[in-house]
Design a protein around this ligand. Sequence first.
Ligand SMILES: Nc1nc2c(c(=O)[nH]1)N[C@H]1C(S)=C(S)[C@@H](COP(=O)(O)OP(=O)(O)OC[C@H]3O[C@@H](n4cnc5c(=O)[nH]c(N)nc54)[C@H](O)[C@@H]3O)O[C@H]1N2
Ligand SMILES: Nc1nc2c(c(=O)[nH]1)N[C@H]1C(S)=C(S)[C@@H](COP(=O)(O)OP(=O)(O)OC[C@H]3O[C@@H](n4cnc5c(=O)[nH]c(N)nc54)[C@H](O)[C@@H]3O)O[C@H]1N2
Ligand SMILES: [Mo]
Length: 760
Amino acid sequence: MTEAPTDDPGQDAPDVRRPERHAVGLPAVANSIRFVASQAGVRRGLPLLRRINQVGGFDCPGCAWPEPEHRHPAEFCENGAKAVAEEATRLRVGPDFFAEHPVGELAGRSGYWLGQQGRITHPMYLAEGADHYVPVEWDEAFALIADRLAALDDPNEAAFYTSGRTGNEAAFLYQLFARRFGTNNLPDCSNMCHESSGAALNETIGIGKGSVRLDDLWAADLVIVAGQNPGTNHPRMLTALEKAKRAGTRIVTVNPLPEAGMRRFKNPQALRGLAGRGTELTDLFLQIRVGGDLALFSALNRMLLRSDAVDREFVEQYTHGFDALAEHHAAGDDEEVLADAVRRTGLSREEIERLLDMVLASERTVVCWAMGLTQHKHAVPTIREIVNLLLLRGDIGKPGAGVCPVRGHSNVQGDRTMGIWEQMPDRFLDALGAEFDFAPPRDHGYDTVDTIRAMRDGRVKVFFAMGGNFVAATPDTEATEAAMRRCDLTVHVSTKLNRSHVVTGTRALILPALGRTDIDVQSSGEQFVTVEDSMGMVHASSGTVPPLSDLMRSEVAIVAGLARKVFGEDGVPWEDFAADYDRIRERIERVVPGFDGYNVRAREPGGFALPHAPRDERAFPTATGKANFTVNPVTSPEAAEGRLLLQTLRSHDQFNTTIYGLNDRYRGIRNGRRVVLVNPEDAAELGLADGAYCDLVSEWGGTERRAAHFKVVHYPTVRGCAAAYYPETNVLVPLDSVAETSNTPTSKSIVVRFEPDSGA
Ligand SMILES: Nc1nc2c(c(=O)[nH]1)N[C@H]1C(S)=C(S)[C@@H](COP(=O)(O)OP(=O)(O)OC[C@H]3O[C@@H](n4cnc5c(=O)[nH]c(N)nc54)[C@H](O)[C@@H]3O)O[C@H]1N2
Ligand SMILES: Nc1nc2c(c(=O)[nH]1)N[C@H]1C(S)=C(S)[C@@H](COP(=O)(O)OP(=O)(O)OC[C@H]3O[C@@H](n4cnc5c(=O)[nH]c(N)nc54)[C@H](O)[C@@H]3O)O[C@H]1N2
Ligand SMILES: [Mo]
C-alpha cells in the first residue's frame, strides 16, 4: 500500500444516489459561481469568468475544446470555472507553510488536501537529508540545477517532462533547452493520453491530429462519440453537439457507462436549457464492453464491404492498401465473425446492425473519441480501424466528416507542435539545428513509461517537470514513487502543491510559475502566450489577475534563466526571449511550418488555423503518399472467471490529479472517491453487496497490485466491467502493461479481483 492515508473528513464514507439523466442546466451554473467565489473571492474571481475564452482574455486552463467563431459572453463551463478558480485562488503556500509542515508529514496528506493549500509563491529547496523545504533565491535554484546537470555522465541521464498546460512559447524554449543540453528525453502527459491517436493517425493519414473543425460537427449527418465523457471533461462540446442535433445530425454514443452528459443536455447559454427539459443528444446508445471497440468497428467495416457502400472513387484516388483490407474481410465466415463481435462487445446483433444502417444513411460522418479508446493494449489498431471506416466512406477531407480525437489538456496539442516529443522527426530537428546553429541529438528519447524505467534503473538521475503531477498521473504508483526517490535531483515548475513535490529525489526544487490567469509582465511590457486547441486553431491568451507574489515567474522566464545558467554565453538570446515573447514567436515561425506571420496573426481576434493536409487538400503525407488502410486482427481484453475489467476514469470534481471536491454529481456519488462501480448482476455473482467495502487486486503477468478500502456501488455499467477513479487506482496499473506502438499505460482495462477490505 503506497497511497497516502486519507485525511479528508467524509472521504471514507461516500454516499450514493441515483445517477442523473441530464447534464448542466442551472445546478452547473450555480456550482460554478459558488466554487469561484469560495476559492478566488468575489472581487478577484467573478470578473475572471467574463474573460475565459474571450478575445483579449485568457484561454481556459481546462480542456482543449475549441471556441466557436461567435463567442457567447459565457464561453466556459462549470469545470472550466473550477479550473480557473483553482488557479486564481487567494490562498498561498509560502515559506511559512513549508516551515510548519515537514515533507514527511506532507507525504501523508491526500492529493486533495495538498491542492487545497493554495498557490506556491516562492522557489523552495529541499536539501539532501533535510526535513523541510526552505526558500531559495532564483539564481541559486538555477545554479543548483546547473550543478547537478553538470555532474551527469551523459545528457541522457536527465529527463524533461511536460504537462499540457504550457503555452507554445515556453514549450518551444523548453525543448530547445533540452536538445541543446543534448537529450531528446522529453516525456509528456500525451504519452499517457492521445499518443495512441497520434500513432494511428500518423501512420494512416500522415498527421497525428484531428481533421475536423467545429463547423464540421454542425454539417455532419452522423457523429459517433466513442470512449469519451464530454459532459464532465469537455462540457462545451455538448453545446456544439446540441447545435449539430438541432441542424439534423444524428448522434451515436459508444460507452460502457450511460454518461448523463450524452443523454439530455440543458444548455446553460440558452433559456430553453435552463428552464426546459433540455435536448436529448444520443439517438443510439451502444453500451459496449470495455475494449470492445475494435471488434465493433471491424464488424462494421466487414458489413460495409459486403453491402458495397464503399466510396470507390475516393478509395482509388487517395488510398493505399484497400485490397489487403478487402481480403482480410473476405476470409472467414460472416456469421461467426458477427457472433464473435457480439461476444466481445456485449452488444446485440440488432444494435450493431442499427449502427450500420446509420452509417450507410450518412454522407458525412465524424468520429470523436478520447481516453476510452486510447488507453488499451490494442488502442492503436482500434483507432486505425476507425480510420478504415472513414476511408471506406470517403469521409476524410470533406466538410462534415473526419477524425476528431478530443484532446485533454488545454495546450497539449500545441506543445507537440512546438517539439515536445521524444521522437520529433528529422525535418523538425534539421530546422531547429539550422536556426540555432547546433546539432540536435537524433536518437529517440524516453517517453513517460521509459523515463520511469530509467529512473528505476538509475539511468535517469535528474528529473525536471514543466507542470504536471508525475508520480500521481503515471501508472504503478508504488514503482514510480520508488523510481522518483532514486533520482539525484527532482525539479517541479508548478502552480499548486501536489504529490510529486513530496515524493522526491535526494534533493528537490519547487519553482513557482505564473498560470494562464495571471498577468505576465516582462521588461518590454505585458506579454501574452499562444495555445493550440484540439482542432488546430492557434490563438492568444493573456492573464487578467495580478500574481499573488513577485517571486512567481513565467515558464518562459524560468526556462530562459535556467538556460543562461547552464550554458553561459551560448549565442542564444535567452534574455531577449524572456523580455519579449514576440522574439520567440519569430523563431518558431522559422522552425515550425504553418506559423507564417505568427506575431500578426496571433493578434487577430480568434487567431488562425494551422494547415492540415488531409483536411485542406486531401493530401496524405504518409510513407506511401496516400491514406493507408490497415489490417487489424480483432482482439479484446479478457478477464478470467471471478474477475472484472476495471477502467479508471475522471469524476465530475477533478482535473486529472487535481481534485476540486469529493462529488461526482452526474453519477450520483457524493463525499468520497474510493468507490468502485459494479454492475448489480456481476456484484451478485461475486458476492459484493451494495455499500460493502473491499480491496481491489489487479492481476497482470503473474504479478499483483492492491488498492485497499473501496466502497462497492451497484451501478448500471456494462456486464463484466467495473469503473473507479484515477489517480486513486493508478497503483493497480502495471508499468509494463502498455499499448502496442504508443506505449500508453492501459488505464482503461485492468483485470481485477475483489478481496475483503483490509482497512484504510
Ligand atoms: N473537468 C475535467 N476536464 C478534463 C479533464 C479532467 O480531469 N476534468 N481531463 C482532461 C484530459 S487530460 C483528458 S485526456 C480528457 C479526458 O476525457 P475523457 O476521455 O472523457 O475522460 P475519462 O474520464 O477518462 O473518460 C473516459 C470515457 O470513456 C469510457 N470508456 C472507458 N473504457 C471504454 C472502452 O473500452 N470503450 C468505450 N467506447 N468507452 C470506454 C468511460 O466510460 C468514460 O465515459 O479530459 C480533459 N478535460
Ligand atoms: N489511471 C489513469 N491514469 C491516467 C489517466 C487515466 O485516465 N487513468 N489519464 C492520463 C492523462 S489523459 C493525462 S493527460 C495525465 C495527466 O498528467 P499531468 O499533466 O502530469 O497531471 P495534472 O494532474 O494535469 O497536473 C496537475 C499539476 O500541474 C501543475 N500546473 C497546473 N497548471 C500549471 C501551469 O500553468 N504551469 C505549471 N508549470 N504547472 C501547472 C499544478 O502544480 C498541478 O498540481 O494523466 C494520465 N494518467
Ligand atoms: Mo489527457
